[in-house]
Design a binder for this molecule. Structure first.
Ligand code: R5P
Length: 282
């Protein structure tokens, strides 16, 4: 077995290869003068684990090319972050079901797919090969444990992510709850934990994705108003569009942490252990 990765998943790919104690394949990535991608892999093995987050259009194309380049090997695809997964319904007539389009494209040429905390697990049904969603909630919990916070409250931004907050909280036996948003006027919203007060205690807001950071920024401001001593945030996929990371740091949030499903300087949690575990079990 060998591990091979796209440019945007180099760190995760290398970590996975090290844990599995298998070679990492060297790949040359370049572009043609017109901007088209080109890549060339080193020697492959009979069995290959491809690691590639589709973070944007370029990384999606690179991943498609890499899958094709590996077609003579038995391949499993690790898709840590899947762009377009949030367009998982046809919200309006005439729209594509973008998640389905991406899932169908990436299924061709691989035998099995693993995702990490995909936005909506129903997206897995669109892959035409067996697909399994893994969770880094235990790893986020372990990271929080290392912060040695005094009686932290783990919050999700909405009830949809409450189960995820519960999985994170179970690592330390901490309290968990979800935030409830009340619209006060056209421009004003109020956010507070549904059942447990945030007063005089540290709070960690956890979510699958931080994109614009708007949800977390509003939540942090409100939680400080409600007397939280420190607010931290941890997510799986740090998308951080339009300067979201810096904007969040201006809100007084103590730290913004994400995993390496999207490789960032603040990727202090790795998905490699969960992926290695899944590969060993299959
Ligand atoms: C929504 O369902 C997701 O779980 C995230 O809460 C959302 O994508 C965060 O978006 P933003 O950072 O733009 O507020």
């Amino acid at each position: 077995m060998k591990v091979i990765c796209t440019e945007r998943s180099q760190v995760l790919g290398a970590r996975l290869a090290r844990i599995l104690q298998v070679p990492l394949v060297n790949v040359t990535f370049t572009r043609f003068p017109d901007g088209e991608h080109y890549l060339r892999t080193g020697a492959l093995d009979d069995e290959t684990v491809i690691v590639g987050s589709a973070v944007d259009n370029d990384s999606l194309v690179q991943l498609m090319l890499l899958i094709d380049a590996c077609e003579d090997s038995h391949t499993r695809l690790i898709l840590p972050y899947m762009a377009y997964a949030r367009q998982d319904k046809q919200f309006n007539a005439g729209e594509p079901l973008s998640a389905r389009a991406v899932a169908k494209t990436l299924s061709r040429g691989v035998s099995e797919i693993f995702t990490i905390n995909i936005h909506d697990p129903t997206v897995l049904e669109h892959f035409s090969v067996p697909a399994q969603n893994l969770s880094v909630a235990p790893d986020i919990g372990s990271y929080i444990k290392g912060l040695q916070l005094d009686n932290p409250l783990i919050l999700s931004p909405d009830d949809g992510a409450l189960a995820f907050a519960g999985q994170v909280a179970s690592v330390g036996g901490w309290d968990f709850d979800h935030l409830e948003k009340t619209r006060l006027s056209g421009v004003e919203v109020h956010m507070a934990p549904k059942k447990i007060r945030a007063e005089s205690r540290p709070v960690v807001v956890v979510d699958d994705i931080i994109s614009t950071g708007g949800t977390i920024a509003t939540a942090a401001g409100m939680l400080y108003q409600q007397g939280a001593t420190d607010v931290y945030t941890a997510c799986v996929h740090g998308v951080f569009t339009n300067g979201a990371y810096a904007r969040l740091m201006t809100t007084g949030i103590r730290d913004v942490i994400c995993s390496d499903t999207i490789e960032r300087a603040c990727s202090r949690i790795t998905a490699a252990d969960r992926i290695a575990e899944a590969i060993r079990n299959h």
